[in-house]
Every structure is written in structure tokens, then in C-alpha cells.
Write a protein that binds this ligand. Structure first.
Ligand code: UD1
Ligand code: CA
Length: 433
């Protein structure tokens, strides 16, 4: 085993090539396959994130079908894009990256990952990199053992446990089809072996494509070793080829995300009915009740109560002890400490202070048909039931809005003010509030 420092260095000497040129015919979509989403992020973003979490900095993506769309989506990321004009197979896709690989002199290991296999874990990426280096093998393949190996490539091992070849399902004999160990489509190659081997691939197979996995045979013939690292959690190898696969990926992500939060001290009362986007952060001792949907970059601090039947959307922050209850939607808003909005509300583009009570049925009207505006509700305010607060407007500290009032835009409620009616009028100011 090598030291942490060696490990970090290994990651720096590695480039990740992500194959993302394919069309994804079976999704029947106008959109590029890798831009379909699961758990709130594109398939390709999940792969990129796993690579980055593993500490690999250099990423090269092979794009082809709808390439401009894909490049645009990742315009802010440091990714080298390489174009594959004709989809001649995974071997050809990697071949397109050779001039880039040669240019990156300090790189000696090349990870190859599929842009349509979003569930790969960073730990598996690290394992492949370490295994390839430690065994000095030409390649380490990430494999999975499946009850139903379907149309994945089959791993054929030799008697010493190393990998002899990978056979595509369509080219496999009956005996080979019976093998349950499959190729995940993720590999870590020795750079020089990869570059040399790519020239020896042919299209003589059932699909008339250059198969990347055929490299294994080439390496073995030359006396080099090929190893496998097998995943424990088979969801990791799931490749997305259909809408059904997309739904399976979503389920697998949800399971993983829910577990992660529970392990971090969050109570999920009924995980099966709770949806949490991969970008959500939740602090310990928060309780999420059933039928809750949390999407986008949402931050929930400790001791909060969320749900049942709640929707939290992009850009929402719940401070310690906030409570958001049934049939309440919160979008791009900050909810202060111990503030409660427990029933039937829409809160959008709103900044709410601490210890505010939002009465049942309150709506912050943030959109006038053209633009969105901000509502501010300061500490200690009491918003009566069924109020409409029309932004831009501010409700001051410890102010009260009577039940059913409509606070109109620009008519700020002063600190300690009490307003009622439609439109809301100031009737008094509280003393010693
Ligand atoms: C591939 C593997 C198979 C493995 C499976 C895992 C080959 C020949 N087979 O099969 O052994 O079990 O992945 O999911 O590699 N791509 C390109 N350019 C191309 C062709 C493909 O960029 O010319 C990309 C696709 O966009 C996709 C990835 O490569 O992201 C895999 O290609 P795909 O055609 O889906 O391969 P599979 O048939 O699934
Ligand atoms: Ca595939």
C-alpha cells in the first residue's frame, strides 16, 4: 500500500477520458443522452463529480452527437473536449484522444469512463488507479457480478484470476453468455500500452465497431497483465440506455442519497417517499417527514422539520430549527432560525428573519408577469393566516399582518406595525414589543 502523498501524486498523473459521443437512440430524445438528468444533475456531471472527488484533475470528454449542447452545459468546467466525427465504437472514441494524451507528458495512467454510467463511485475510481499501478498491469477493469448480466460485455478470466478477454454479448458463445461477471465500461490503462494497443483494434465483430474492450486480448497476447476490480454495489455499473434505465438510476441515487443523510444524523421518516436532490445538504437532527420533495441547491441546517408534503426548491436555505410543513413550497428563499411556515404556503424569493410565524395560506407574490421581486420579512414578524404579500416589499421587525390582508408592493410595514385589510393599512404600532 502506498502513502497518502503517493496516492495524491498518482491522481495527478492520471487523466480521465469520458466517452460521451453516443446518440442514445433508445431514449427517443431530442436531447443528448449524457444531458439527461438523475437526482437533479446530468449523467455526465455525475461522472465528472466522481472523477473530481477521486482527486483526478485532468478530464477529457469525447463528444459527437449534439456536441455543442454538451460543451455548452460544461462551459464553466475545466474539461478538454475532443470530437469524434463518426461513431465507430468505443475504441475509436478513445483513439480521438491520443494526440491530447501524448501532449500531456506527465500523465502515465488513463482512466476511461462511460458518460452514460452515472453511478460510478469515486472509491472505485481510486481502486482502479491504485490496482493498475500496484500490479503494473496494462489495464485494470471495473467489473460487476450481476444476476441478470443482460447485454453487458462478459469478463473471461484465466486460471490465475487475471482477465483474459472481454466478449461483447452479441459476439459471445452460449457458454460466455452464461458468465455473470460483466464489464462496467470503466478502466484504468497504462498510457503507453493504451496508445500502442489502439492501433491494433479491428472492426471484425458483430457490430462492425472498434471495441475498446478488445484491447484486453491485445495486451494478453503481448504478455501483459490485465486485472479486475469488482464493485460491491452493483448499481455502480448501471449504464443508461433507455428511460427505464434512467428510472432505475434515479432510484439507485435516491437510495444512496437517503442513506448518506441518515448516516449523517438526519431522520428520514419514510425514505421511500422522500426525494432529495444530490446537491442538497442537511445538518444533523433535522427530521424529514414523508412525501417531501427537495430539489436543487438547498441547504437545511440542524433541528429543522420539513414535511410532510413539502417542496423545497433551488436556492433555499433553512436556518437552525426552521419548520416547513404541509403543502408549503419554498423557492430561492432564506428561512431564519426557528421560523415556522407550517401550512399551505408559497414562499418565493423571500428573506425571512428569525422566529417569524407564517400563517396558514400565506403567499409571497414574487412575480408580476415580467420580473421577480424580493420580499423581506424581519425577525419576530407575525404573518396572519391567508395573507398575500406582494413583492417588492418589507415587513418590519415584530410587525403583524392581520388574517387575509394583502400587503401591496412598496408599502412596507414598519417595525412593530400592525396592518390589516385589502390593501393592508397600518392600524397601530405595538409598544414594548
Ligand atoms: C460498452 C462495452 C461493454 C460494457 C458496457 C458497459 C464496448 C464495445 N462495450 O457497451 O463491454 O459492458 O459498455 O456499459 O465498449 N461511445 C462513444 N463513441 C462511440 C461509441 C460509444 O463516445 O463511437 C460512448 C457512448 O456515448 C457511451 C459509451 O461510449 O457513453 C459506451 O458506449 P455504448 O455504445 O453505450 O456501449 P455498450 O454497448 O453499452
Ligand atoms: Ca451503454
Amino acid at each position: 500500500m502506498c502513502s497518502t502523498k503517493d496516492r495524491e501524486q498518482n491522481m495527478k498523473n492520471t487523466v480521465a477520458v469520458i466517452l460521451a459521443a453516443g446518440e442514445g437512440t433508445r431514449l427517443k430524445s431530442a436531447k443528448a443522452k449524457v444531458l439527461h438528468k438523475a437526482a437533479g444533475q446530468t449523467l455526465l456531471a455525475h461522472v465528472v463529480n466522481a472523477v473530481r472527488r477521486a482527486g483526478v484533475e485532468k478530464i477529457c470528454a469525447v463528444v459527437g452527437h449534439k456536441k455543442e449542447e454538451v460543451k455548452k452545459e460544461f462551459a464553466n468546467e475545466e474539461i478538454e473536449f475532443v470530437f469524434q466525427k463518426e461513431l465507430l465504437g468505443t475504441g475509436d472514441a478513445v483513439k480521438r484522444t491520443v494526440s491530447y494524451l501524448k501532449k500531456e507528458k506527465e500523465i502515465d495512467q488513463v482512466l476511461v469512463l462511460c458518460g452514460d454510467a452515472p453511478l460510478i463511485r469515486s472509491e472505485s475510481i481510486e481502486d482502479m488507479i491504485q490496482s493498475q499501478r500496484e500490479n503494473e498491469s496494462a489495464c485494470t477493469v471495473l467489473t460487476g457480478i450481476l444476476d441478470n448480466p443482460a447485454s453487458y460485455g462478459r469478463i473471461i478470466r484465466s486460471s490465475d484470476g487475471s482477465i483474459e478477454k472481454i466478449v461483447e454479448y452479441k459476439d459471445a458463445t452460449e457458454k460466455e453468455q452464461a458468465v455473470q461477471e460483466i464489464n462496467s465500461g470503466a478502466y484504468c490503462f497504462d498510457k503507453n500500452a493504451l496508445i500502442k494497443g489502439l492501433n491494433q483494434l479491428s472492426q471484425e465483430n458483430a457490430q462492425k465497431e472498434y471495441y475498446l474492450p478488445d484491447l484486453i486480448k491485445v495486451f494478453v497476447q503481448e504478455g501483459a497483465r490485465v486485472d479486475g476490480v469488482t464493485v460491491n454495489d452493483v448499481s455502480e455499473v448501471l449504464g443508461i440506455n433507455s428511460r427505464m434505465d434512467l428510472a432505475l438510476a434515479e432510484k439507485a441515487f435516491q437510495k444512496r442519497i437517503n442513506l448518506f443523510h441518515m448516516e449523517n444524523g438526519v431522520t428520514l421518516m419514510d425514505p421511500d417517499t422522500i426525494y432529495i436532490d444530490s446537491r442538497v445538504t442537511i445538518e444533523p437532527d433535522t427530521i424529514i417527514y414523508p412525501f417531501t420533495y427537495i430539489e436543487g441547491e438547498v441547504k437545511i441546517k440542524k433541528n429543522c422539520h420539513v414535511g410532510p408534503f413539502t417542496q423545497l426548491r433551488q436556492g433555499t436555505l433553512l436556518e437552525d430549527g426552521a419548520e416547513i410543513g404541509n403543502f408549503t413550497e419554498v423557492k430561492k428563499s432564506k428561512v431564519g432560525k426557528n421560523t415556522k411556515a407550517k401550512h399551505l404556503s408559497y414562499i418565493g424569493d423571500t428573506v425571512i428573519g428569525d422566529k417569524v410565524n407564517i400563517g396558514a395560506g400565506t403567499i409571497t407574490a414574487n412575480y408580476d408577469g415580467k420580473a421577480k421581486y424580493v420580499t423581506i420579512i424581519e425577525d419576530g414578524a407575525f404573518i396572519g393566516s391567508n395573507c398575500t404579500i406582494v413583492a417588492p416589499v418589507k415587513v418590519g421587525k415584530n410587525a403583524t399582518t392581520g388574517a387575509g390582508s394583502v400587503v401591496t408592493k412598496g408599502h412596507d410595514v414598519p417595525d412593530n406595525g400592525v396592518v390589516i385589510g385589502v390593501p393592508a393599512k397600518l392600524i397601530k404600532k405595538k409598544v414594548n414589543a
